[in-house]
Design a protein around this ligand. Sequence first.
Ligand SMILES: Nc1ncnc2c1ncn2[C@@H]1O[C@H](COP(=O)(O)OP(=O)(O)OP(=O)(O)O)[C@@H](O)[C@H]1O
Length: 230
Amino acid sequence: MSISGGPSPVLVLEGVTVRRSSALLLDGVTCRVPAGACTMLVGPSGAGKSTLLRLLNRFEEPTAGAVSYQGRPLPAWDVLALRREVALVAQRPVVLTDRVLDELRIGRPDLDEDAAAALLGRLGLPSGAVGRATSGLSGGEAQRVCLARALAVEPHVLLVDEPTSALDAHATKAVERVIGELVADGMTVVVVSHDAAQVRRIADQVLVLEDGRLIASGTADRIASLQEGV
Ligand SMILES: Nc1ncnc2c1ncn2[C@@H]1O[C@H](COP(=O)(O)OP(=O)(O)OP(=O)(O)O)[C@@H](O)[C@H]1O
């Protein structure tokens, strides 16, 4: 149970600052990511959203402050073990193998073809996608293959950076539905989004970043009313 009595935080940031060269990417951010909920990171371009997301599985290191997962500071975790539990899907899809099935087996070599096809189908990809060459995937297809690759490992926490930025409305709906199902099944999901309507549809908690600082947090309704000046 958390100190505040709300849902237990699975990830905690305390006074996190990230400085690269002379740039201040994050400036003293303190926040909690509750377990089994969808937390969304919003804010203008360059606000530090991707940087914050990447801190959560040690693709970035803080210059000051600390991040902990399950009550343990991240440096106390074996980094590969951490990344199996806390999976990140980057904004730009990067495929590493020649075939979609091989891609989904990178972190889960025993994944059978039917399970892989079912996972892709949940994300709105057509049957047959599992047998395709990765070289012919569109940006939106590659984005979903990368999401499926992360889900194949069955992480406890899923970090996704603008997962629907290259998708049409139909595919966006499929991805949002899957995120909702994962959260209903107890997964913790953190999503970076620029889509205010999407935030209202799927966020349990919203963290608003601006110029590297956390300027507001709360439910989607609370954040919407703050932004409307109500
Ligand atoms: N290695 C780096 N060195 C210097 N500046 C950097 C570095 N990495 C990122 N930045 C800058 O830090 C700021 C925050 O970047 P970040 O990618 O976290 O923002 P963001 O909120 O995710 O933006 P967007 O919505 O455009 O994806 C940006 O101004 C970016 O140019």
